[in-house]
Design a protein around this ligand. Structure first.
Ligand code: SF4
Ligand code: SF4
Length: 284
């Protein structure tokens, strides 16, 4: 089972929910993994402090032009949808950072002058922490190919992992869709602010389009009803949990500590969240 924790915007507490849920689940069952797919700004490790057991490059294919064969016809540059090739009079220039590794250029080349190599876009790590398997990716500085790295990180969710909590990037862009794709349930974390509501509506639209069941966790919840509550009721969206707006919670998070260890009330909230999701997955 894979559960993705996502949010329409950054700073809603998505990682807090993902790491605490993973550790709580691991206290009750074997085979739980926390999977950090927020590869541009991974921070789950700050809470989990995992022991890393392996680290390797994540690589993507890029073309190489054999200048001895190339006739500078320009077919490859014209065929590239990503403007990653420039066919100049005497040389084909490859802008590797724009290349999506689709292979089209090598297919269209009439001289069979294009072969393939790979380049590193980031690293993937495996380890363990607090009874969970830790999996995560870190995109290289200046690199923008986050989507293939997310896909690579998810490949490490092997059959011995029975429940994976995938921490997606904030937003609704391609890396988020890659993280959410093929998962069994999505937890959307939001906050009761106008920005929180606006970005949640986009995340809801994305999740509905992908056809994956989902529910919402309201972080920094206040006692009074908000526009967010009206929206969720109108859209018939399940509220899975409310994590209250409290100074001590913010302080615990800012110290990189797990909420479960510090606050009985919060532990109960996560326990009930976990049970409610388990029930939904069972009856799905
Ligand atoms: S398609 Fe092949 S021959 Fe034509 S410019 Fe590109 S690499 Fe050279
Ligand atoms: S592999 Fe695809 S994206 Fe990369 S240069 Fe060739 S055609 Fe462009």
């Amino acid at each position: 089972m894979k559960i993705t924790v996502a949010s329409g915007k950054g700073g809603t507490g998505k990682t807090t929910v993902a790491v605490n849920l993973a550790v709580l689940a691991a206290s009750e069952m074997d085979g739980v993994a926390y999977v950090d797919c927020d590869v541009e700004e991974p921070d789950g490790h700050l809470f989990l402090n995992p022991h890393i057991t392996s680290e390797s490059d994540a690589r993507v294919p890029v073309p190489v032009v054999d200048e001895d064969r190339c006739t500078h016809c320009g077919d490859c540059a014209r065929a590239c949808s990503f403007n990653a090739l420039l066919a100049a009079k005497k040389k084909v220039v490859i802008f590797e950072e724009l290349c999506h590794g689709c292979g089209t250029c090598s297919i269209v080349c009439p001289e069979d002058a294009i072969s393939e190599t790979t380049r590193a876009i980031g690293v993937v790590r495996q380890g363990h922490a607090d009874g969970t398997t830790y999996l995560g990716g870190v995109l290289n500085v200046g690199e923008h190919m986050a989507t293939p790295l997310v896909a690579r990180v998810k490949e490490d969710i092997t059959h011995d992992i029975s429940l994976a909590f995938i921490d997606a990037s904030p937003g609704t862009s391609c890396p988020v869709i890659e993280a959410v794709r093929d998962t069994d349930y999505v937890i959307l974390v939001t906050e009761p602010t106008p920005f929180g509501l606006s970005d949640l509506t986009l995340a809801v639209e994305m999740t509905r389009t992908l056809g994956i069941p989902f529910g919402v966790v309201i972080n920094r919840a206040m006692d009074t009803a908000s526009e967010l509550d009206d929206y969720l009721e109108r859209e018939n969206i399940d509220i899975l949990a409310r994590i209250p707006l409290r100074r001590e919670i913010a302080e615990t998070i800012s110290r990189g500590e797990m909420l479960l260890d510090k606050n009985r009330e919060i532990r109960d909230i996560f326990q009930s969240l976990f049970e409610s999701i388990a029930l939904k997955l069972k009856t799905a």
